[in-house]
Design a protein around this ligand. Structure first.
Ligand code: C2E
Ligand code: CA
Ligand code: CA
Length: 596
C-alpha cells in the first residue's frame, strides 16, 4: 500500500468518525432540546396552575425577599403589573413575626394576620406558612387568603346575636356576658359594681295613642340620648380603659339596663342615676311633636344586693318598681338604707354648691398646748359649715361629699386664704399670733398648684411664712411618695412648717421619713384614746416619739381628753397636745380672746 493510499484511508476514517460524532452530537442536542422543550412546557404548565390557584402563593428567600408570587397574590396586594418579586415579605405581613425568616423543616403554621396593601389599606387574611424541600434546602412557601367577607359575615352574626336591632345597643345576652365578666373582676379586686334597671314612664300610653311606628322612633331617640349621657361618664373616667367603661343595653320594650364598674360608693351611683334622669327629661321632638319622657330607675349593687347576675337584675327590677310606685321619675336603690343615705347626700351635695358663694363656711381654731409650760403655742384651723336649715355640720360629714364632687379644692383653698387673712388682722390689731396649721386635702396636694396658691396668699396678706403650718396626712404623703419629697422640700425652702397628720395609721418607713422635710409628727387620735399603761398603744406612742427624736422632729398628740392621757404623754416626752381637755375648736373671736 502506497503511502498515499494509507493517508487517504486514514482521512476517510477520520471523516467517518467525525461524521459519526457530529450526528451523535446532533442527536444529543436534539434530545437536549426536546428535554428542554418538555421542561419549559412543564414549567409553563406549573406556572399556569400556580396562576390559576385562587389562593395567593408566595415563596421567599431565607432573608425574606419574595422569589415567586402568583396572580392571586398580586391581586390581593394590588400590585397588578408591578411584580412582588424582590420585595420584602414582612412588608406585606407587618404583624406576623413568624413570616420573613428562614423556616424549619416541615413547618406548618396557619394564622389570621393583617395583610398590608399600602400604609392606609390592609385586610384580614388567613396565612399558611409551610416549608418544602427543594434541592436539599427547605424553602418557605406561603398560602394567603383574604377573609374580609368571612369576617363581615361573622360580625353580622355577632350583631344579630348580641345587639338589639331597633336601637343598635347590646341586647340582654351581651349585657349578661359583660356583667358576669365585670362581677368576676370586681370580686377579684374587691371593687363595687352597680346594675341599673331603667324603665320609661308611661311608655305604653304613648305607644298605644301614637302608634308603634312613633313608639319605635321614640325608643331610638331615647337610646341615642342614653348613649350620649353614658359616653360622658366614659370621658370623665378617661384614664380607665374600655374594659371598665359603662355598658348600656336594651332588654326589650322600653326597658334598658346599665352596668357601672369600679364605683367608689353608693353616692357615686346615685349621682349617675340623677344625671340620667336629668338628661332624659330634656324634651324630645318626634314628627314635629315635642314630648317629655321620664324614667324610673332601680339600682342594685354588687356584691351587697346580689352575687349573681340573675339576682342582681331581679333586685334592680324590684327597686325600679318601687321607684314607679312612689312617684316615677326617680332612682331608687334596692336596699332601703342606701336610699336614705343617697337622699341625704344628694341634699348635702346640692346645698354644697352654694355654700361657698353664700358664705356658709367658717373657720374654727383648736388650741395647741405645750406640755412643759401648759401655754398656748399654736392652733389648728378646722372648717365648719353653718347650714341655714341644719345648723352646724361637721367636716367629717360634708368633706367626703365635697371630695366626690370635686369641690374640695376650692373649699380647702378658701380655708387657707381665710386663715392667712385672720392672722393678718390679729397682727394689725397688735396681737401676738401663734402658728396656725391648715389641713391639706389629697386633691389640693395633687393639684400641682398648692405651692403657688400658698405663695400667692402669703404675698397678698403680706404674711411671714413662719405663721403658717400645713398638715398632711400620712396617707397623702405615702401615696405620692416620689413627688412628696420634692414638694415638701419646696415648702421648706419658703419657710413653711410641715406636719404629718394621723401619724401611725399609715405605713411610713423610717428610711422614707428621713428623706421628707417635715417638722412635726401628729400622733393619731386612736392611739391617745386607748393609751392605758401596758397597752399596745402605749408602746406605739413610745416608738413614735423615739423615732421623732432620732429624726429631730417635734411630736404633738391630738384628741387628748383626760389628765391621765396627758400624764402618759408627758412621761413619754411628747412636746405638744391638742384636745378637748384644753379646748375644742372655737370661733375666731373666742380664739382672739385667748391670744389676748
Ligand atoms: P383631723 O385633721 O384629724 O382633725 C382633728 C379632728 O379631731 C377635728 O375634727 C377635731 O375637732 C377633733 N378633735 C379635736 N380634739 C378632740 C378630742 O379631744 N376628742 C375628740 N373625740 N375629737 C377631737 P373635725 O373638726 O370634725 O375635723 C375632722 C377632719 O376633717 C379633720 O381631721 C380633717 O381631716 C378634716 N378637716 C377639717 N378642716 C379641714 C380643712 O379646712 N381642710 C381640709 N382639707 N380638711 C379639713
Ligand atoms: Ca389635722
Ligand atoms: Ca388628725
Amino acid at each position: 500500500m502506497t503511502d498515499q493510499a494509507r493517508l487517504d484511508r486514514r482521512t476517510e476514517r477520520e471523516r467517518l468518525a467525525r461524521k459519526e460524532a457530529e450526528s451523535l452530537l446532533e442527536i444529543k442536542s436534539r434530545e437536549l432540546y426536546e428535554v428542554n422543550q418538555a421542561l419549559a412546557e412543564k414549567e409553563a404548565n406549573t406556572r399556569s396552575i400556580l396562576e390559576a390557584i385562587s389562593d395567593g402563593i408566595l415563596t421567599y428567600t431565607p432573608d425574606g425577599i419574595i422569589q415567586t408570587s402568583n396572580r392571586a397574590a398580586r391581586e390581593l396586594f394590588q400590585t397588578e403589573g408591578e411584580s412582588l418579586e424582590g420585595c420584602s415579605i414582612s412588608k406585606l405581613f407587618p404583624d406576623a413575626g413568624f413570616i420573613g425568616v428562614s423556616v424549619e423543616p416541615h413547618t406548618n403554621i396557619t394564622q389570621v394576620v393583617t395583610g398590608r396593601r399600602s400604609d392606609t389599606d390592609s385586610f384580614p387574611c388567613e396565612v399558611k406558612l409551610s416549608s418544602m424541600a427543594l434541592g436539599g434546602v427547605w424553602v418557605p412557601i406561603i398560602t394567603v387568603r383574604d377573609i374580609t367577607q368571612q369576617k363581615l359575615a361573622q360580625e353580622q352574626i355577632r350583631r344579630l346575636a348580641y345587639y338589639d336591632s331597633l336601637s343598635g345597643l347590646p341586647n340582654r345576652t351581651l349585657f349578661q356576658d359583660r356583667s358576669v365578666m365585670a362581677m368576676n373582676s370586681a370580686s377579684r379586686h374587691q371593687e363595687l359594681a352597680a346594675l341599673m334597671f331603667l324603665d320609661l314612664d308611661r311608655f305604653k300610653r304613648i305607644n298605644d295613642t301614637l302608634g308603634h311606628g312613633t313608639g319605635d322612633l321614640l325608643l331610638r331617640q331615647i337610646s341615642e340620648r342614653l348613649k350620649s349621657i353614658v359616653r360622658c361618664y366614659d370621658s370623665v373616667a378617661a384614664v380607665d380603659n374600655e374594659e371598665y367603661g359603662p355598658v348600656l343595653a336594651r332588654l326589650g320594650g322600653d326597658e334598658f339596663t346599665l352596668l357601672f364598674q369600679r364605683i367608689r360608693n353608693s353616692n357615686d351611683v346615685a349621682r349617675k342615676g340623677q344625671r340620667i334622669l336629668e338628661g332624659l327629661r330634656r324634651p324630645i321632638v318626634i314628627k314635629g311633636r315635642q314630648m317629655v319622657i321620664t324614667a324610673s330607675i332601680g339600682i342594685a349593687l354588687f356584691p351587697e344586693d346580689g352575687e349573681d347576675f340573675e339576682m342582681l337584675l331581679r333586685n334592680a327590677d324590684t327597686a325600679m318598681y318601687q321607684a314607679k310606685k312612689t312617684g316615677r321619675d326617680q332612682a331608687m336603690f334596692y336596699s332601703t338604707s342606701m336610699n336614705k343615705e343617697a337622699l341625704r347626700v344628694l341634699g348635702l351635695e346640692q346645698d354644697l354648691h352654694q355654700a361657698l358663694a353664700q358664705g356658709e363656711f367658717e373657720v374654727h381654731y383648736q388650741p395647741k398646748i405645750s406640755i412643759k409650760t401648759r401655754r398656748l403655742v399654736g392652733a389648728e384651723a378646722l372648717i365648719r359649715w353653718r347650714h341655714p336649715q341644719r345648723g352646724l355640720i361637721s367636716p367629717g360629714e360634708f368633706l367626703p361629699v365635697a371630695e366626690d364632687t370635686g369641690q374640695i379644692g376650692p373649699i380647702s383653698d378658701w380655708v387657707l386664704i381665710q386663715v392667712c387673712q385672720q392672722i393678718r388682722q390679729w397682727l394689725d390689731k397688735g396681737l401676738k399670733p401663734v402658728q396656725i396649721s391648715v389641713n391639706i386635702s389629697n386633691q389640693q396636694f395633687n393639684s400641682g398648684r398648692l405651692l403657688d396658691t400658698v405663695r400667692q396668699v402669703l404675698a397678698e396678706t403680706g404674711l411671714e411664712s413662719r405663721y403658717l403650718e400645713l398638715e398632711l396626712t400620712e396617707s397623702i404623703v405615702m401615696e405620692n411618695a416620689q413627688q412628696a419629697v420634692e414638694t415638701l422640700n419646696q415648702f421648706r425652702e419658703i419657710g413653711i412648717s410641715l406636719s404629718i397628720d394621723d401619724f401611725g395609721t399609715g405605713y411610713s418607713s423610717m428610711s422614707y421619713l428621713k428623706r421628707l422635710s417635715v417638722d412635726k409628727l401628729k400622733i393619731d387620735r386612736s392611739f391617745i384614746r386607748d393609751i392605758a399603761s401596758g397597752s399596745e398603744e402605749e408602746a406605739i406612742i413610745r416608738a413614735i416619739i423615739a423615732l421623732a427624736q432620732s429624726l429631730r422632729l417635734r411630736v404633738i398628740a391630738e384628741g387628748v381628753e383626760t389628765e391621765e392621757q396627758m400624764r402618759h404623754l408627758q412621761q413619754e416626752g411628747c412636746d405638744e397636745v391638742q384636745g378637748f381637755l384644753f379646748s375644742p375648736a372655737i370661733e375666731g373671736d373666742a380664739f382672739e380672746s385667748l391670744l389676748k
